[in-house]
Design a protein around this ligand. Structure first.
Ligand code: HXC
Length: 515
């Protein structure tokens, strides 16, 4: 037995050494951890069980027969995060650049199947040169098998992608099919075609960081949901964030003891400025509603005219969707529509009640918006809210005009409760626009057109720019003191706890990829 154990130890050491010390040192010099170090950072100590530890490739072309690829470039298995199970893979860049060949893909597919069968989150740590060139079409087939599994698991188990190195070509589509893409700044890049190909085809010159680094995907493309300065912070945050999610779509997110919010109730009265033309930071309202320090913001740099994320109210996880009047006055546009629709569907699939904070003057006007498909993208918001069967509560803080009022979880779209602050303005359109249309003739014919226009605007404001017309017609359930908002939400969430609603199709919405 001693000999056998020695042999086991020798083989294991070899596999665990990956591509060797030199390549590991190169990885460290770039501010990156190795595949196994990443697992140590993410998982509870001693909780990892490896699957397919000794698997290696079986290809023979291009000198592969003689080539050893420890663990075939990916470590797979299951472990625990804060005592809760997860399945995961971690690509090993030191082992043939973490490139994906037939067996590498099979290992990933095996843990994906197990995660789905056992109702556990699936975490993929990506650091790879892409399809293993020597394995050709077998590598491509491997990606296809992974994409199909990503899709079938979508909406059933949470799928989180960590991008901790290169992720190029079609390889990017596996993360894109998952619920959350977390990227490390400076060391991670994602793109379909790299700088060299772009230059040869379009003549554009760009480096890989500018093209597909964390900043580009956090701000411009919206591919990255959250970015981090380094891997330590990413994995610490991921451990915490997993605590906000259920293990699967049949369960609820773990509930913990509540703590008071960062902002006191009375302070909520002073956030909305008196002038309807002034912006403010809706984050302050969120801080006055959620348990302190529990907000996990998603897409914080993308489509900043909306804020979405997860947090807790008295220990219970809720999804937050808010217009952000600091940017574009909180208008809905193409990108914020996608951001909101996706988040609503994500929360709906994982039994997370929705709290929507409304302050939007409407859809962003403009040729680029119309031609960019605001009709198509805006429809996703209507669809997502109408379809969602989790408890849905909306709070109108200030402006709620026109189609955007309807879209932001109105009673008409199925909100279980809709309340408004006294500062709410709920009407078909804003006073200026409305008066220019309805009183055009009176304004034109008046001796002093401007004074007449202002008078009409004021009259309209008095009559319609308040919550009481909507409340008297039953579209708003109650007008509340802002200081009561958190308590109101808490009571209404409690009352909706037993909500049993079926999706109209009889099936759960399948995943969060907006249609
Ligand atoms: C085989 C690969 C590889 C690949 C890297 N390696 N990518 N081996 N297939 N795709 C190997 C290298 O030969 C090298 O082996 C080791 O990994 C590290 O690579 P380096 O080039 O030395 O590292 P670095 O300088 O950091 O550059 C990293 C890189 C570069 C930018 C990712 O390796 C690169 O451009 N690789 C090719 C990327 C690519 O075009 N992939 C195919 C994409 S198409 P040694 O033995 O020297 O350590 C695709 C299609 C998917 O993925 C389609 C799905 C539908």
């Amino acid at each position: 037995m001693d000999d056998l154990l020695r042999e086991l130890h020798r083989r294991r050491q070899k596999v665990h050494a990956g591509g060797g010390e030199e390549r590991a040192a190169k990885q460290h010099a770039r501010g990156k951890y190795t595949a196994r170090e990443r697992l140590d950072l993410l998982l509870d100590e001693g909780s990892f069980s490896e699957i397919g530890e000794f698997i290696t490739h079986r290809s023979g072309d291009f000198g592969m027969r003689e080539r050893e690829v420890p663990a075939d470039g990916v470590v797979t298995g299951h472990g625990k995060v804060c005592g809760r199970p997860v399945y995961l893979y971690s690509q090993d860049f030191t082992s043939m650049g973490g490139s994906l060949g037939e067996m590498h893909a099979q290992k990933i597919c095996r843990v994906m199947d197990l995660a789905l069968q056992n109702g556990c989150p699936m975490i993929g740590i990506n650091d790879s040169g892409g399809a293993r060139i020597q394995e050709g079409v077998d590598a491509l087939n491997g990606y296809g098998e992974i994409f199909r599994r990503n899709t079938l698991a979508s909406g059933i188990i949470p799928q989180i992608s960590v991008i901790a190195g290169p992720c190029a070509g079609g390889a990017t589509y596996s993360p894109a099919l998952t619920d959350m893409v977390l990227m490390v700044r400076d060391s991670a890049q994602m793109f379909i075609t790299g700088p060299a190909v772009i230059q040869s085809v379009t003549g554009e010159q760009v480096d890989s960081e500018e093209l597909g680094g964390a900043e580009a995907h956090a701000r411009k493309s919206g591919v990255a949901h959250v970015t981090y300065p380094d891997e330590d912070q990413l994995f610490a945050d991921l451990r915490w964030m997993l605590g906000l999610l259920p293990l699967n779509s049949e369960e609820e997110a773990p509930r913990i003891d509540g703590i008071p919010p960062a902002i006191g109730p009375e302070d909520l009265r002073n956030i909305v400025p008196e002038s309807p033309y002034k912006g403010y930071n809706v984050q302050q309202v969120i801080d006055g509603i959620l348990d302190e320090g529990t907000f996990f913001q998603i897409h914080s740099e993308f489509a900043t005219n909306a804020v979405v994320g997860l947090g807790r109210i008295e220990g219970r996880v809720v999804g937050i969707i808010a217009n952000q009047p600091r940017f574009l006055a909180g208008c809905l546009d193409v990108d914020s529509s996608d951001k909101i629709a996706r988040h609503v569907r994500f929360c709906d699939t994982f039994n997370i009640p929705l709290v929507t904070l409304v302050d939007t003057p409407g859809y962003l006007p403009g040729v680029s918006q119309e031609h960019g498909g605001i009709i198509r993208h805006g429809a996703k918001v209507l669809y997502a809210y109408s379809e969602a069967t989790v408890p849905k509560i909306s709070v109108v803080l200030r402006k709620a005009y026109g189609g955007a009022y309807l879209a932001m979880c109105s009673r008409s779209l199925g909100a279980d409760a809709a309340v408004a602050w006294p500062s709410a303005e709920i009407a078909v359109m804003g006073p200026e626009g409305a008066c220019n249309i309805v009183f055009r003739r009176e304004i034109e014919e008046a001796e002093d057109s401007e004074t007449m226009r202002q008078r009409m605007i004021e009259e309209y404001r008095q009559k319609f720019a308040n919550p009481y017309v909507a409340a008297s017609n039953g579209y708003i359930d109650s007008v509340i003191d802002p200081a009561e908002t958190r308590q109101e939400l808490q009571l209404r969430l409690q009352a909706l706890q037993g909500k049993r609603a079926r999706h109209s199709s009889g099936r759960r919405p399948h995943g969060n990829i907006p249609l």
